[in-house]
Design a protein around this ligand. Structure first.
Ligand code: DX5
Ligand code: ZN
Length: 224
């Protein structure tokens, strides 16, 4: 069953010199906060890490969805939890056998999810979806904000939705990358329930208006 739509702004696109203010601006209008951690190795870019997560924690009550674009996320679960992470997602390309990692994350009190890059077929995560609180379909190549949504990933969202529903599993389906008012409805109709949006929100003149426009599209998307 598809759940109520949730919007998760990605702080990668925020102004890091005033991160607390940026988050406070969107907080009343969104459902969780997406935090992109990059290691310059799994992806060709660096972003932010545990000290930033910890310093942001007292500024917001939003849950932290930490997207680990790193080869060694397993080494940092306890530190992520202490810093204030609620959800940790790791890439199936980095952890092709993620069972133990999923158990470790759960025993740290974290929700756990697996992320698929655009070229990776859904089959790669299928055996592990029952261990997941969420499955994240990347709709851009990971490493950079501001890229265009890859339409071909909609089919993978549909596949994930069918898989989860047909087995009665509880995993959320999140879509990450290139999301804005112009395509959020299509991602919703394909079956996503969590929508990550970075540039469309934080690079906008009026981030709150863009979030409202996404809500309108989401509300309309499932009405016949
Ligand atoms: C890409 C990140 C995304 C990104 C989304 O590596 O995982 O979360 O910040 O940003 P936009 O919405 O700009 O594509
Ligand atoms: Zn992300």
């Amino acid at each position: 069953m598809i759940k109520p739509a949730r919007i998760a702004p990605s702080i990668l696109a925020a102004d890091f010199s005033k991160l607390g203010d940026e988050v406070a601006l969107v907080e009343p209008h969104v459902d969780l906060l997406h935090i992109d951690v990059m290691d310059g190795h799994f992806v060709p870019n660096l972003s932010l890490g545990i000290p930033v997560i910890a310093s942001l924690r007292p500024y917001t009550r939003l849950r932290f969805d930490c997207h680990m674009m790193t080869t060694n996320a397993d080494a940092y679960l306890a530190e992520l939890r202490v810093a204030g992470a609620d959800i940790v997602t790791v890439h199936i390309e980095a952890f092709p056998e993620p069972e133990q990692l999923a158990r470790n994350a759960r025993s740290e009190g974290l929700e756990f999810g697996l992320v698929l890059n655009p070229p990776t077929p859904f089959d790669a995560v299928a055996p592990f979806v029952e261990l997941c609180d969420l499955v994240v379909v990347m709709s851009v190549h990971p490493g950079f904000g501001g890229q265009s949504f890859i339409d071909a990933t909609l089919g993978k969202i549909e596949e994930a939705r069918k898989f989860v529903d047909s087995r009665g599993l509880g995993a959320d389906i999140e879509v990450d990358g290139g999301i804005g008012p112009e395509n959020v409805g299509r991602a919703r109709r394909a079956g996503a329930d969590v929508f990550v949006a970075g540039s469309s929100v934080f690079h906008a003149e009026d981030p709150v208006a863009v979030i409202a426009a996404m809500r309108t599209e989401l509300d309309m998307s499932l009405t016949p």
